[in-house]
Ligand binder design. Structure first.
Ligand code: TRP
Ligand code: SF4
Length: 326
């Protein structure tokens, strides 16, 4: 039996951070062998929240460098930009006919973005964000899509569009399932929200050990803990949430010592920073290689786009045939 297909995607916003690693990349890497993967760079989707396109290409290259440096294998799974494969927009157009405006207005991610970005008049394309995402997934007949919780609604919309198309024109598309990442997303260094570039609260995958320490040293801990030997409450501590991810072996001991007031926050942070850098140092080494071999990075994209294009064309052929569009 042939392997199932996974379509995974990210918007290119520049250098990735450890939240991307924990929330997505680590998962993608673990799935490389068991499935046929397609790694999409959603560069058109960037336009939904800002019209300035100047940084999109460079940001895409930075993202590909991070993907490669973390160990995603472009030979196994093509990397490609949405904007280079015209079939995405063609299928998107057809899909826009298969879903109502009211349904898209109910989509919680749009509502949330309108609120957080203070958008007064939402653009047509932004409302259509999940419809373009449905085209991304179904063009490759993705069976599974690895997502964080916030993207589930987009997979539901994708299923609805696939069902509608199949009922109207004949069964071309699978109804994809989502695959939730096993680790909840990381809290940002400011302790409040998620880790996100726009909030400036990230540790980048390209941060060296000095930078990691500089950032972590300032991170909030249990605010009730004033002196080093005060008993602490790790459950309210940001650093502890990082320890759980990056230093799981030491977590039981740290928890005990924190509650007993026998470990100071500075020491605890040092352990955490060391573990994060243990993960990042090899990634940084590979990053240096790719930064000085940019042609190789560009070739990865050209090759991936050629392979993705062949599949996209075949699917669009089926779509046209079932719609009797020549
Ligand atoms: N919406 C996704 C995000 O912001 C990015 C994305 C675009 C995507 N197209 C996709 C993810 C297709 C998975 C599949 O994270
Ligand atoms: Fe947080 Fe560690 Fe300080 Fe406890 S000792 S409050 S877990 S930084």
């Amino acid at each position: 039996m042939s392997k199932k297909r996974i379509l995974s995607g990210m918007r290119p916003t520049g250098k990735l951070h450890i939240g991307h690693y924990v929330g997505a990349l680590e998962n993608w890497i673990n799935l490389q062998d068991e499935y046929n993967n397609f790694h999409l760079i959603a560069d058109y989707h960037v336009l939904t929240t800002g019209l300035d396109t100047n940084a999109i290409y460079d940001n895409s290259i930075e993202m590909v460098i991070d993907w490669l440096s973390c160990g995603l294998d472009p030979v196994k799974s093509p990397f490609f930009r949405q904007s280079q494969i015209k079939e995405h927009t063609e299928l998107f157009l057809i899909f826009t006919m298969l879903i109502t405006k009211a349904r898209l207005e109910r989509n919680p991610t749009v509502k949330e973005q309108v609120r957080s970005l203070h958008i007064e008049n939402i653009i047509y394309g932004h409302l259509g964000y999940p419809v373009l995402q449905a085209a991304d997934i179904l063009l490759y007949k993705g069976d599974l899509v690895p997502v964080g919780e916030d993207q589930i609604s987009h997979i539901e919309i994708t299923r609805e569009v696939a069902r509608k198309f199949n009922a109207q024109y004949g069964g071309v598309f699978p109804e994809p399932d989502y695959k939730l990442t096993n680790f909840a997303r990381l809290i940002g260094l400011d302790g409040g929200a998620k880790m996100s570039k726009s909030l400036n609260n990230t540790i980048l995958l390209s941060d060296d050990s000095e930078e990691v320490w500089k950032k972590l040293r300032k991170a909030k801990t249990d605010p009730q803990r004033i002196r080093k030997d005060d008993p602490g409450n790790p459950d309210v501590c940001l650093v502890y949430s990082y320890q759980k991810k990056f230093n799981p072996e030491e977590v039981p001991q740290i928890e005990k010592d924190c509650r007993a007031g026998t470990i100071g926050c500075v020491d605890c942070k040092k352990k955490c920073a060391a573990k994060i850098s243990e993960l990042l140092d090899p990634i940084i080494d590979k990053r240096k290689y790719y930064e000085s071999n940019l042609d190789e990075v560009k070739d990865v994209l050209l090759d991936g786009e050629k392979r993705a294009k062949a599949i996209a064309e075949a699917t669009m052929g089926e779509v046209r045939q079932s719609m009797k569009l020549g």
